[in-house]
Design a protein around this ligand. Structure first.
Ligand code: GLA
Length: 382
């Protein structure tokens, strides 16, 4: 049975009537452009084929009811009673989206939701964005709000910022809403422009592997907020709107005006935006070695200057490169989650075995290594 039929059936069992429809939104990996979305930079994610499915119906009593296949418990609240901080875990992401819509003045009816989250949780693959975007899309259709994909991505981001309390940028939600199959999405956060860039490693006899380290270090969330604050303070010190405004040619002069610690963070951000531009040029020219080089340089910068990597991610990247990867890096926020490696098809087994052996040698939990292809963005599927 397809995932959409399965979730529709579960909906009917739970609520005793058929769902009005089923909506799905994917997780993502980011090829390059890390920790630059909240600096008005450029990012290059693609959507995974793994998605979160939301079967939903409107209710006319202003109450939201939701269940998630992967977790116990339920959400049942009047939409007017929702307030930030009042809910934890998955119900906060669901309620947060409806709260943001209502705060923005939209008329949000009650809803029944049955959610099936098929994006691995805690793997740095944006399962939370997938959840938010599936609910946002369902609400948009059920209440006939007429919002477009970029607007819904912003609604989802605000839910995470203001209701859940995680100060994330816009990349994950935009990737989930706007990506298309067979492409990576070049998204310019400042200009709000999106370009679909063909991403077909198979055409070059290569595969993109996702290495889920299976760890999520506690430090992650506070470090994320801390990095973001450092960037904003540095922009103020330098008299620019955001670090996007520092041109590579002016970098050294800018760094001289900052503390040692802040300078390293700024060097990452400015360098990473330049790497995204070069990576896209390489991709368009079919220069896979060039893309790989930028990916690996991105990892070094995140490890040494931005300091958001961890032992597991570093071991994964080093082992993949040792076994013949064209390029490899951590993806997402860091402090655990997943790494990605661009690998010649002939080296996939070697890379997989070498990464697994390296993890075993360090006494780390066995990682999950699997290929990923660019899937489609959020859509109504039933
Ligand atoms: C997390 C955030 C994104 C982005 C990345 C780092 O995934 O949700 O907004 O900042 O980290 O690039």
């Amino acid at each position: 049975m397809t995932a959409e039929d399965d979730v529709a059936q579960r909906f009917e069992q739970e609520y005793g009537h058929p769902a009005d429809g089923v909506w799905a939104a994917p997780g993502r990996v980011n090829l390059i452009g890390e920790h630059v979305d909240y600096n008005d930079g450029l990012v290059l994610p693609f959507a995974l084929t793994a998605r979160t499915y939301a079967a939903a119906s409107a209710r006319d009593d202003g109450v939201v009811r939701a269940r998630l296949v992967q977790a116990d418990g339920a959400l049942e609240e009047a939409i007017t009673a929702l307030s930030p901080g009042s809910l934890q875990e998955w119900p906060a992401y669901v309620a947060g989206v409806l709260w943001v819509l209502r705060e923005a003045g939209h008329r949000v009816p009650g809803m029944e939701l049955l959610l099936d989250g098929r994006v691995p949780v805690g793997a740095g693959l944006s399962s939370s964005a997938a959840l938010e975007c599936s609910v946002a899309l369902a609400a948009n259709d059920l209440a006939d709000l007429g919002l477009g994909a970029p607007d819904l991505a912003k609604v989802a981001q605000h839910a995470e910022n203001d209701f859940v309390g995680m100060p994330c940028g816009l990349m994950d939600q935009m990737a989930s809403m706007v990506c298309t199959s067979g492409h990576a999405l070049l998204y310019d956060v400042r200009e709000e422009t999106a370009e679909q860039v063909t991403f077909d490693p198979a055409s070059a006899g290569a595969v993109l592997l996702v290495i889920d380290t299976k760890v999520k270090h506690e430090l992650g969330e506070s470090a994320y907020a801390d990095r973001r604050r450092t960037c904003e303070e540095a922009a103020r010190t330098l008299g620019v709107r955001s670090l996007r405004d520092i041109e590579p040619a002016d970098l050294e002069a800018a760094l001289a005006r900052l503390s040692h610690a802040a300078a390293a963070r700024v060097r990452h951000v400015v360098g990473e935006i330049a790497r995204v531009r070069r990576a896209v040029a390489a991709l368009r020219a079919g220069d896979w070695a060039g893309l790989g080089q930028e990916m690996t340089a991105s990892h070094a910068s995140l490890r040494d200057d931005y300091e958001v990597s961890c032992a597991e991610l570093d071991v994964a990247v080093e082992a993949a490169l040792r076994a013949g990867a064209i390029g490899a890096r951590m993806t997402g926020g860091g402090f655990g989650g997943s790494a990605i490696a661009l690998v010649p098809r002939t080296a996939v087994d070697d890379v997989t075995a070498t990464v697994q052996a390296a993890f075993a040698e360090q006494g780390f939990t066995a990682p999950d290594v699997s290929p990923a292809e660019p899937g489609s963005g959020a859509a109504r599927v039933r």
